[in-house]
Design a protein around this ligand. Structure first.
Ligand SMILES: N[C@@H](CCC(=O)N[C@@H](CS)C(=O)NCC(=O)O)C(=O)O
Length: 204
């Protein structure tokens, strides 16, 4: 199988790299250079019609896109350690948190990146005012997550490190790259970020 991805700061391929590192899976990444627009080439669109990374192509040619779908497939092949939960309850809570991180945090970060950041200005029509409005949405989302983590749980979805932590870390790190820092008051969330950033997988 071949994993198509891109280097930092692209957050979605990094989610897969961290997942693979946590699992100890040997699956090197084949680079699709976003700055050279290789993701919009016919060759890559044949793998992923949305022209995005990551995409995992299996030996029979089946192409799996969407980061969480790729990681779920790899979890099926390599169940240990479970990063999507072992029990029905854990699986539900992890899914809940993955969706919340993607919708509440990643959406404003993505909209800020697309509509307000100078590095994307040449690539699409920006709606600057809308883009800037996402600063406040991200600040409110991180304040909410900080309050949620205030119950003392060590990881996003509970007692164990899971895919939800991978989603949150890559989103928060990418947000910082775009200029959206965690608010000073988000002490609990900052403590969590330091802990998960200290794991060897975070270097992926
Ligand atoms: N929902 C997709 C998002 C993938 C995505 O947006 N990837 C970025 C790189 S981090 C990309 O390919 N951007 C180029 C584009 O959207 O045209 C996933 O979860 O994998």
């Amino acid at each position: 199988m071949i994993l198509y991805g891109e280097r930092m700061p692209a957050p979605n391929p990094r989610r897969v790299r961290i997942f693979i590192a946590e699992k100890g899976i040997d699956l090197p990444e084949t680079r699709v250079d976003l700055r050279k627009r290789e993701h919009k080439s016919d060759e890559h669109r044949a793998r992923n019609s949305l022209g995005q990374v990551p995409t995992l192509v299996l030996d029979d040619g089946t192409a799996i896109s969407e980061t969480v779908a790729i990681c779920r497939y790899l979890e099926g092949l390599h169940p240990q350690p479970p990063l999507f939960g072992a029990t029905a309850l854990q699986q539900a809570l992890i899914d809940m948190w993955i969706r919340r991180i993607e919708f509440q945090l990643m959406t404003p970060v993505g909209m800020f990146w697309r509509h307000a950041h100078p590095l994307t200005a040449a690539l699409l029509t920006q709606h600057k005012e809308f883009g800037e409005s996402n600063r406040d949405l991200y600040a409110r989302a991180t304040a909410w997550l900080d309050r949620e983590m205030g119950d003392g749980r060590p990881f996003i979805a509970g007692d164990d490190y899971t895919m939800a932590d991978i989603c949150a870390l890559t989103t928060i790190d990418f947000a910082a790259f775009t200029g959206l820092e965690l608010p000073d008051e988000a002490e609990t969330l900052k403590g969590w970020r330091e802990r998960v950033s200290a794991r060897p997988s975070a270097a992926a």
